[in-house]
Write a protein that binds this ligand. Structure first.
Ligand code: AMP
Ligand code: MN
Ligand code: MN
Ligand code: MN
Length: 319
């Protein structure tokens, strides 16, 4: 008998520690489908993140780093030893009507060649964008912004706005990162550079050709009116999108209730995720505001996610 068999969590019976996911979003426990590791702007290694999730009772998780799958193989290996379900995922940057929008790609069958090529497009876009952000921040007194942001990142991973926020703090130009986003990097500010990102239609296309499910990340965090969000959802569905996060971290209950109506109206599946980045902050893995009772169908009821929901072993995927 091959020795790998004894390492297979299914063969060890570990699946019993992974109950099937609930039929409704309001009854869901032990699930978090939006989290970050050091492969993007999170503080923990993929292994540390999986360990923390396990300790917190999460049994179904998605690692969804920004524009990369680099942490997934490590997370999958750790999840397999602990009997956790690990969904390969990434949070893709795109633009719609000149606004930056994030789409979580849930990839139960792994990434297609086109998706992999898309990640290269996003990495290049991120580099071009970093140069542009550094250039724009020169005007407010940040010299050598690219090198400073790279220093803050502490690794060779692609840079993001949080690295520039840290550089602004270190340079003494703002008191803290929140102020850096509020003044210079947040939506509509001079350091919010979107033009390098591919379109919504393009990134949803990469997800579809991978056999994955496209999920609008944190729909309430774009500062859109309800009507504008309707238009975003219509464009997203026309492109092949099928789901949106009903709850992302902490949300106002009234807004969540209204969002549930909106998602149901458009026939979107609903997802849940903390958008966890680092320990010690307001959020921990698995901490999301309660979902209201609603007709929104959990994204894990999507046929492509059936095995994941049932508690089967992590899909073995090409990454
Ligand atoms: P980027 O992917 O480079 O566009 O950076 C976006 C990331 O910046 C988000 O995923 C958050 O981690 C972080 N971020 C966005 N807005 C804020 C904010 N207001 N305060 C702190 N961090 C933020
Ligand atoms: Mn982030
Ligand atoms: Mn996001
Ligand atoms: Mn995120």
């Amino acid at each position: 008998m091959p020795i790998e068999t004894s390492l297979d969590p299914a063969a060890c019976g570990d699946d019993r520690s992974r109950p099937p996911l609930a039929d409704t979003l309001d009854a869901a426990t032990g699930v978090d489908l939006h989290m970050h590791s050091r492969a993007s702007d999170g503080a923990l290694t993929p292994t540390e993140l999986v360990d923390l999730c396990h300790a917190r009772g999460i049994r179904h998780m998605a690692l969804s780093d920004h524009d990369t799958l680099d942490g997934v193989a490590e997370a999958q290996a750790r999840a397999a030893t602990l009997g956790l379900g690990l969904m390969p995922a990434a949070e893709l940057s795109c633009q719609w009507r000149g606004q930056g929008v994030h789409i979580v790609a849930l990839l139960p069958a792994g990434a297609s060649d086109g998706f992999q090529a898309g990640l290269d497009v996003l990495t290049n876009a991120r580099e071009a964008r970093s140069r542009e952000i550094a250039h724009r921040l020169e005007k407010i007194g940040l010299d050598d912004g690219l090198a400073r942001a790279r220093h803050e990142a502490g690794s060779e991973r692609p840079l993001g706005r949080p690295d520039f926020a840290a550089a602004l703090v270190t340079a003494g130009l703002v008191p803290d990162r929140a102020a850096a986003f509020k003044r210079y990097l947040g939506a509509g500010k001079r350091g919010d550079v979107k033009m390098h990102w591919p379109t919504l239609e393009t990134v949803v296309g990469w997800i579809r050709e991978s056999g994955g499910v496209a999920v609008i990340a944190h729909p309430l965090r774009y500062g859109m009116t309800r009507r504008k969000r309707d238009l975003l959802i219509e464009a997203f569905i026309a492109a092949g999108g099928e789901a949106a996060e009903l709850v992302s971290g902490y949300q106002n209950p009234g807004s969540t209730f209204d969002l549930a109506r909106q998602l149901h109206h458009h026939g979107l599946y609903g997802s849940l995720g903390s958008d966890f980045h680092y320990p010690g902050g307001a959020l921990a893995p698995g901490t999301v505001s309660p979902a209201p009772r609603s007709h929104v169908v959990p994204v894990w009821r999507h046929p492509a996610l059936a095995e994941f929901a049932a508690g089967a072993s992590s899909p073995s995927v090409t990454l």
